[in-house]
Design a protein around this ligand. Structure first.
Ligand SMILES: C[S@@+](CC[C@H](N)C(=O)[O-])C[C@H]1O[C@@H](n2cnc3c(N)ncnc32)[C@H](O)[C@@H]1O
Length: 332
């Protein structure tokens, strides 16, 4: 399958109503990082808002649009990071406008936001609760991204932050899921046909022990996934510092989209979601406002080495003219 790269805005997707099976996305953090186009910070990017309220408002506008394009039985998986508030900066001072990766978790410095100093802003929760309350979406799961290689932090009075949030949201209570495809080794349980949820406490264990699932255990709600370095080829003249590891779209696509289905990332960046979707036999669409990142995604979603990595395979040897490649295309 191939992937389509579109330059566009996450709030206005050039896609028909109810056409998408699965959305997987990771919006920019609030006030933390600058994304560029033509080497310059570009306007209209999410994350640039003056207040958390505006940021959440813009994310909700995006989400309304994603609900429009999502099939009723589709799913939305969204990754959100939080921020601490230092309030130490000037009121108008923008936070660092640099694409450089920051060590550890940076506090948001802008002053005058009305939060207690040193508090977390609670952005993922604010978003998730608004999705339930305002958009009437069903919050099916909160999955914690446990980052075993999270960067160190210089604080001495709180724990180091080593996780981010993922939320699984649906339009309706019944939706597509292929959970058996992502079961994990170990003993899983399956309810016997006809067994009710209301098994009295003492009997529950016996009833479940009768029904061990041979396909394995349900994945839990904490997923340990190491961050993966990404480097675009030098000839593209631009890099991206916020690509998520392929393991996230890999598990989500297998678990919540049908073969041949349409998988979209409206904040597509380097095209990780579309690349993995295409490698797994789905149609992938990646959208980004920056033409620079669309160039990276166009390279990445067609590169044989990246495609092999998406499948967890070793890098294929160089192609020889006349020989069919790994994916069945003959080189002229
Ligand atoms: C955290 S990155 C996503 C990285 C992506 N998951 C990957 O693996 O490469 C967020 C992306 O959102 C893009 N972006 C910011 N505002 C946007 C908007 N309004 N519409 C579309 N893309 C936007 C940025 O250019 C950036 O590439």
């Amino acid at each position: 399958m191939t992937a389509l790269v579109l330059r566009g805005d996450a709030r206005h997707l050039p896609l028909p109503d109810a056409s998408v099976d699965l959305i997987i996305t990771s919006p920019p953090y609030f006030g933390m990082r600058s994304y560029v186009d033509g080497d310059e910070h570009y306007s209209g990017q999410i994350g640039d808002e003056s207040t958390p309220r505006e940021y959440i408002g813009n994310l909700l506008d995006c989400t309304r649009e994603w609900v429009r394009v999502l099939k009723p039985e589709g799913s939305l998986w969204i990754n959100l990071g939080d921020a601490y508030y230092s309030g130490k900066g000037a009121p108008t001072q923008p936070d660092v406008k640099s694409v450089a990766r920051r060590p550890g978790v940076r506090a948001l410095d802008r002053s005058g936001l009305g939060f207690p100093r040193k508090s977390l802003l609670g952005l993922p929760w604010r978003y998730a609760i608004a999705c339930i309350d305002e958009l009437k979406l069903t919050l099916r799961a909160e999955v914690i991204w446990d980052k075993p290689n999270a960067l160190p932090e210089g604080v001495t009075d709180r724990v180091r932050r080593s996780h981010e949030h993922w939320f699984h949201l649906t339009r309706q209570a019944r939706y597509f899921a292929a959970i058996d495809d992502i079961r994990e080794p170990g003993s899983g349980y399956m309810r016997r046909p006809g067994a009710t949820r209301e098994t009295p406490p003492g009997q529950r264990r016996r009833a479940m022990a009768d029904t061990v699932n041979p396909l394995g255990a349900l994945p839990g709600s904490v997923w340990k996934v190491a961050t993966q370095p990404f480097k675009a080829p030098d000839e593209l003249g631009v890099n991206h510092y916020a690509a998520f590891p392929m393991e996230w779209p890999r598990r989500i696509i297998r678990g919540w989209s049908p073969a041949g289905g349409l998988v979209v990332d409206p904040f597509g960046g380097t095209g990780t979601t579309a690349l993995v979707a295409a490698a797994l036999g789905r149609r992938g669409v990646t959208v980004d406002r920056s033409a620079d990142y669309c160039r990276i995604a166009a390279w990445r979603t067609t590169d044989r080495g990246e495609r092999a990595r998406a499948l967890g395979l070793p890098k294929p040897p160089p192609q020889v003219a006349g020989q069919a490649d790994l994916f069945g295309e003959v080189v002229a």
